[in-house]
Design a protein around this ligand. Structure first.
Ligand code: FAD
Length: 428
């Protein structure tokens, strides 16, 4: 029995490792078109910044490690150009083919630079692969650019802004509309823009980039969104979902027998709305990959979906979100009520720093729908509490009673989450 995995980063190698753990006799082959496998793309902004000194530090395991320690045959520089499902084989660039009994598609996503002229110029970069990060870091070292433009205000764009400012460049951030982090939250956008401007970044909202060539700058980073790599699976006949990514069940089954998909190439379910959603993140890719590997190896495991939790540091400020913003909740047909509070993140006499919490709930049912935490410290920990509440469909009155930890070095006696819940209760 042979399992073939296409893609050798988060989802692909999680799938391979899980399948190996479940079935020691399975033959497992991972095919990766690039030269690197199992690296932490999430660390790329810190490689650019210089905080991570060597690209190798971002490599979790090498292909050799997988071969030696796990009996997984990882082949780099090996691109799959077609899946012949009826013949149960993949075709490789160069013409060879490889039969499979089970197949995991973990082909990830690619930066979407559609419609941007000059994307291939030597001073224009995306930040997606390890090679991208190394290329940008080397350009900074060798050319010593002074001015940079970052296009796109998703989390990768904002992390790029921070990294380039930390290296002393004059940075302009430009993006279409007024929305940051795709959250449809005008108040969050206002606060973040003001914060970024305090770091002497020139922020230009409502400025979609059409031509990188036309910019008068030394360096451009395109962080203009992601496109799932679905072509391989779609051409083989796998169904795409409403988001345009590969449709999978909670066991990562595609519409093709014995073919599974996971990670940034696939969609998942939003547990607050119950709808399909495309939220490409490393944390999700690892979990989906694990379930794809388990299913391919014959075990019964599930990945029910996500509540949309993420955290990003923006010029020193932790920005953590989960679930829906008020506007997103309204668009989903809820009757949202929100409460936003500012409070200290620990006891005042323990150098408590300001933290902002917003909670959103549905007026009709009292169910919590989403949350936001901004703060220098503790934003991730607090948003994880809200994420847990969303997973368990808690109502505001339950949430308000949570027994959260308190001691002066860690939190104030009334945690900001509980203060926000009280305010929300009043508002409702
Ligand atoms: P990928 O990592 O894209 O890997 C897919 C692999 O498939 C690629 O190596 C590709 O070469 C290979 N492939 C594609 N087609 C073929 C083919 N036909 N044949 C062979 N191989 C093929 N997530 C978080 O949760 N938190 C973070 O803080 C965070 N920060 C990030 C920062 C940056 C700068 C970036 C770029 C990403 C970040 N992410 C973060 C997202 C996270 O890195 C991705 O969600 C994750 O890497 C997705 O894993 P994947 O295996 O699905 O896809």
């Amino acid at each position: 029995m042979r399992l073939v995995v296409v893609g050798g980063v988060a989802a692909g190698l999680s799938a391979a490792a899980r399948a190996r753990r479940i079935d020691r006799s399975l033959e497992i082959v991972v095919l990766e078109k690039g030269e690197d496998v199992s690296y932490a793309a999430c660390g790329l902004p810190y490689l650019v910044e210089g905080r991570v000194r060597a690209a190798e530090q971002l490599v979790v395991y090498t292909a050799g490690h997988f071969r030696r320690e796990r009996n997984i045959d990882v082949r780099t520089s090996t691109e799959v150009v077609a899946i012949e499902h009826a013949r149960r084989r993949v075709v490789l660039r160069g013409g060879d083919s490889l039969p499979f009994d089970r197949l995991v598609v973990a082909t990830g996503a690619r930066p979407d630079t559609t419609g941007i002229a000059g994307a291939g110029l030597p001073h224009v970069f995306t930040l997606h692969t390890l090679r991208d990060g190394v290329r940008l870091r080397d350009f900074l070292r060798e050319k010593r650019p002074r001015r940079a433009v970052v296009a796109g205000a998703g989390y990768i764009g904002l992390e790029a802004v921070e990294a380039l400012r930390a290296r002393g460049l004059d940075v302009t951030l430009m993006f279409p509309g007024h929305d940051l982090l795709g959250r449809h939250d005008p108040e969050l956008a206002r606060v973040l823009i003001a914060h970024i401007e305090r770091f002497r970044v020139d922020v230009r909202a409502e400025q979609p980039l059409r031509s990188a060539a036309a910019l008068d700058t030394d360096l451009v980073v395109l962080a203009t969104g992601l496109k799932p790599n679905v072509e391989l699976a779609a051409e083989a006949g796998a169904n795409l979902g409403p988001t345009g990514a590969i449709q999978v069940s909670d066991r990562m089954e595609t519409s093709l027998g014995s073919v599974y998909a996971a990670g940034d190439c696939a969609e998942t379910t939003h547990l607050v709305t119950g709808r399909a959603v495309y939220l490409p993140l490393g944390t999700t890719a690892n979990k989906m990959g694990r379930v794809a590997g388990a299913t391919a190896a014959g075990a019964r495991e599930r990945f029910p979906g996500v509540v949309g939790t993420s955290v990003v540091r923006v010029c020193g400020l932790g920005v953590a979100v989960t679930g829906l913003s008020k506007e997103q909740a309204r668009q989903e047909g809820f009757e949202p009520v929100a409460a936003r509070i500012e409070s200290g993140d620990r006891a005042r006499y323990f150098r408590g720093r300001p933290t902002t919490v917003e909670l959103v709930a549905d007026r009709r049912t009292g169910r919590l729908l989403g949350g936001l935490v901004l703060g220098e410290d503790g934003a991730a920990g607090r948003i994880n509490v809200v994420a847990t509440a969303l997973h368990h469909r808690l109502c505001v009155d339950d949430f308000e009673q949570l027994d959260l930890a308190y001691a002066p070095p860690f939190a104030p006696v009334w945690d900001p989450l509980l203060i926000a819940a009280q305010q929300l209760q009043k508002a409702m």
